[in-house]
Design a protein around this ligand. Sequence first.
Ligand SMILES: Cc1ncc(C[n+]2csc(CCOP(=O)(O)OP(=O)(O)O)c2C)c(N)n1
Ligand SMILES: [Mg+2]
Length: 551
Amino acid sequence: MGGHILVDQLAAHGVRHVFCVPGESYLAVLDGLHDHQIEVTVCRQEGGAAMMADAHGKLTGEPGICMVTRGPGATNAMAGVHIASQDSTPLILLVGQIERGMREREAFQEMDYRAVFGTQAKWVTEIDQVERIPEIISRAFHVATSGRPGPVVIALPEDMLVENAQVADTPHYRVPEPMPDPAQMEAIVARLAQTRQPLAILGGSRWDAESVARFQEFAARWQLPVAVQFRRQMLFSTEHPCFIGDVGLGGNPQLMQFVRDSDLILMIGGRFSEVPSQSYTLLDIPQPRQALVHVHPDPSELNRVYIASEAVNVSPAAFSKALQPLQPAGSTPAWAAALNTMRANYQQWVDPTAIQHPGELQMGQVMAHLNQVLPADAIMCNGAGNYATWLHRFRHFTQYGTQLAPTSGSMGYGLPAAVGAKRMFPERAVVCFAGDGCFMMHGQEFATAVQYDLPIVVLLIDNGMYGTIRMHQERHYPGRVSATQLRNPDFAAYAQAFGGHGERVETTAQFAPALERALASGKPAILHCLLDPEAITPAQTLSAIRQQAQG
Ligand SMILES: Cc1ncc(C[n+]2csc(CCOP(=O)(O)OP(=O)(O)O)c2C)c(N)n1
Ligand SMILES: [Mg+2]
């Protein structure tokens, strides 16, 4: 039966987990999962299920699998599809669909998936013939993972899923991995030899632990200054002597100046889109002043916004491999002093103990404590909000596979991502940072954490408002607070009501013992951390922003 064939095909491509919200439209697939070794995570909302699948894709490089019902299930899941698209994450969304014979009558929950997901997914299709399931599923895995990875959406007509057929399994998908032309690598080395101040900026997907290690070795050999793009801290160790920071929101102004002053930029894997480029101001468009080496797995991304001096159409993993034999001519490059200055500046920028802000709970101290007690392989998750700045600026990321953060700035991502991560890696510590606004967008997935006994820790940073928007409000419309105040529940009681561990943290001194109890509880936990609303950024208070805007 189609539903069973589908599950077998997923298994043939190595799938071990699926994230779903059930629907009557795909009962045959659920039946196929009944006796299968594939693990199922039943979620509370399809957006959360899709975000868990995205987290799977980010951590493993293999497509995360999400199953939802037609119409409202699919529109809910769109939240995760958009994240996977902007983050270049492999994801396959399987959607139950109305019977084939009812199409175009606006049947119950009918939707035109090609039209609705057409601009978000790499490929949208519908399986009309049960015999074609192996072919289409195989293609879906290849499309989702090759070139620039992204989401694929497949609609499954209900009547097709109950038809029978004899089919053969397809082999496990394989991602084509072209290597760069050695002559182009020579050209890049020749440019490096002549440059005054080079800078590598890392981003995108199709990295892995090995390629990160290779790139770190290359950077060390060449004493190459390295930065990462917005929410891509896990691509380069913050402890590496060549690391000089991240180009993101609320970034270090001196690093931004360093980008402008560089005469050669190696942009590897990323798109240098609106946020890292500081609203497209850091590099000239379309022709940057600097020589630009752009490495990207999608040829249509090369020369799209920035005209490259060397456009290298390979994945970051392939590029890092090709860098291995390349040796610098001399021992100390001309830019070594600039690197050391910038590295020292970076170390000051990320010293959390240097930060003081209003209120009894000091986030700098919280971050210093987390850096001390959390293992290096702890997976850190977040959604969107000013609270995330603390995590991205002050956490000592040192390993690949430790960060789940949407570059699309999608609120609510942190909790489902944490649930998905802990489901896949139960032995690793998983910590979710969430704002009071952010948490409530997908807070229902705390029930999923309880259902599967997933002891994640949520640090819920409550400032009683949609703080980011309030900050922008004060900058542009000072004193005119509109639609940004929040009246919140008791989040510790919320955790307890769901069957988890919950505590309220009001002061710095309370934080460390509360975290210890949360970790020791063995349950999903929420630490309801009360942050003074004045402490809107590590550097500025809300009142100061307002006063500045009022002139
Ligand atoms: C799904 C979604 N809706 C709205 C926004 C716009 N937005 C960005 S940050 C933010 C406020 C976040 O509030 P909170 O989670 O409490 O964090 P805070 O900024 O207060 O630290 C909003 C509404 C968004 N990024 N994503
Ligand atoms: Mg808030």
